[in-house]
Design a protein around this ligand. Sequence first.
Ligand code: ADP
Ligand code: ASP
Ligand code: MG
Length: 827
Amino acid sequence: MANIDPWVVHKFGGSSVADADCFRRVATILDSVQAPRLGVVQSACRGVTDALLRLVSLAERQDESYRSEIAALRTRHATIAETLLTPDSARLYLAGFDRDCHDLAGILHTVKLTRQAAHNVVDLIAGYGEIWSTKLFHRFLEERGSRRGPVQWVDARRVIVVEWGPLGPGIQWGESRSNLQDLVDRDFKGTLVITGFIASKRNGVQTTLGRNGSDFSGSIFGALLDAAEIVIWTDVDGVLSADPRRVPDATVIDSLSYNEAMELAYFGAKVIHPQTMAPAVGGGIPIWIRNTFAPEKIGTLICATPKSKLPVKGITSIERVALINLEGAGMIGVPGTAHRLFGALREEDISVILISQGSSEHSICCAIPQEQAERAAAIVRHAFERELKEGQIQNVDVDPDLSILAVVGDGMAGTPGIAGKVFSSLGTSNVNVRAIAQGASERNISVVIEGRHATRALKAVHASLYLSPHTISIGLIGPGTVGRVMLEQIASQRIRLREEFKLDLRIRGLLGSKRMLLADSDLDLRNWRSQYDDSPVPSDLKRFVEHVQTDYLPHTVLLDCTASAEIAKHYPQWLESGIHIVTPNKKANSADLAFYRRLREARHSGSSHYLYEATVGAGLPVIQTLRDLRETGDEITSVEGIFSGTLAYLFNVYDGKTPFSDIVRDARQRGYTEPDPRDDLSGTDVARKLIILGREMGLGLEMSDVKVESLVPAGLETGSIDEFMTRLPQYDAAMRQRYENARARGKVLRYVAKVTADGQASVGLAELDLKHAFANIALTDNVVRYATQRYSNNPLIVQGPGAGPEVTAAGVFADLLRIAAYLGARL
Ligand code: ADP
Ligand code: ASP
Ligand code: MG
């Protein structure tokens, strides 16, 4: 009677068998496998296949150091054997190993002489790793005795027969099955330890299943043994939504269809070999991907009908790709061009990864591995020699250093808008798309992009499909009063923003006037102050910006919390390079008109955002309100108000009794004025704000167009602060006179700024009715009044605290979040 216990096959990759501890871990995992019939397919120890292939290149270059590399391989295996095996067993194992080394040295000697190794020689050498690792593990498992039944070593070269064809290794199922039956008893109840990766050709010559082929071996044995399941053990928790080395937030996909897994694998998800699926599909065998280093985790299930209904399962990329582009009006409507193109490439063994043709048939392009690009171009030029000469085809271009990014998922077919999200996220992160292909199955959307943008693109698309948070790389310039509060505010909201809105704000650099602090991933905001104070790195704006705008994060924002004109000068260049800027610094927007226009253009050419709400009225929505009015079609007649908290305070407090100079002194002591009160009293700061608003209204105003009434008495403009403060009382009488004159008319004094639609702009002291809105504001409030066509009789007023680090930082923060929303975060 046939044995009714089904087989299970477990495959362990190189990362799972790197050293003696790893072998123990694998054995422990196998101890818990209940199935009495177990096939264990193993890779070479981590890095050994690479090392073996290196031996070949050394010998080809006639570099004798291959000998010491063989010795190193021996030492590595000997250490594991001596740790895990009894001395006798280890000795026997090493005796076999030495025979292999002897053969290997002989083969390499020949390679050294002939300077070139034939395919079959390379395959033979590459395959030693699996033989060494499985023989060792076989002995270990046998001695350990923890599994029931015998432990048998199986040399896959004696089982798997392949014929290499254009699609890779074709398994000869009939022969392979009968080979296995010859080797393993029908009733065998125990454990097989099987070499991964290697196989034989029909003529008996050794071959391999291609790099990473042990996964394929696992599923071939799964099919040959009619296994109930195949478990592929590796060093990650399963198939992840993206390569974890590039998208650290990638998450484990709980289940995938065979097709999805194959597509992901083909497009670069190295965790599983694409051909692994074929034998399993035939037998309907489920494949699990699990973590040897975290066996308690459940892993990913790949099967015919997965439970997960997520439309997008993962995003992958293929690096080092070139595009070959064939272009010409002569191709339109001419049948057979594609056939000739791909026929020519096929004949020369060039694998085409992706094809894209516009419906006009004016151009056709395909992506191929970069190494083959030049050869491919030559072949194509040759194939279309006549058309090129006669001008029907203009060009055969090669575009190198590209990557393909593929978004994969069965459910995309029924879910509109996925392609839209993919492309808009690429757009907002400034990634240029060179070619697009979508399979008719709609299981895969592939885009060809510049190679250096690949990580950034992966992150951006991953985030836009809500597979991971939107990550923004932030550099803060000027960690002074506002900057410091800004960092506190971000620190207090960061976790919430991440959890609720999937927004990951990373402060990756602080730049002051003397020093800067750079962080690779993210600054620890709990102790940024001491880190910054201790930073030995001197300020270097260029280096700072290059660091913050890294290629592997999709979006960069610079927060300029200075008041520096020097920093502001760089805005156009930053915006052009795609950096977003948020700032309370008025210098850029109030600089000369030519510069202002450059700023606007730079924003367009870099598709970047520049927000500066905090330049007027700190956190109050002054600029946004103005923008909303204009964008909704309202016509602004005038904007006026009190734009200086300091001046608001001085005139709110001044009652004609206490001398004006005393009030200035007191305000200065309370920190309500700039260190030099003339900066406030001169009205220049207010004029800058007025210019910003005027330009926002669409007026081409220069600072010189603003009529400014300075409150700095004539003659006191220069000289030290002390001197100014000492001499200010001499003017108290004049100020008092103005106050009394106004009072006599039932009015109060206020420092008001106003700009009208016809370009009149002024700032200065005005006499206002006691009932006027500006006459009744709290101490340091700002107030802005918009007279518009819609708000004509009863103007719109925005009023509230308009100065101070907290509200200013909050204004900057709000702008930062607005940018995040523009970039796709769901706030
Ligand atoms: P093994 O040695 O077990 O065969 P590999 O190194 O061949 O392991 O494959 C596992 C690695 O694949 C992981 O460590 C991970 O870095 C990488 N990888 C790339 N893309 C993905 C993905 N989408 N999901 C999981 N792992 C991935
Ligand atoms: N050892 C082989 C390789 O490194 C096969 C494998 O590990 O899957 O390519
Ligand atoms: Mg692998």
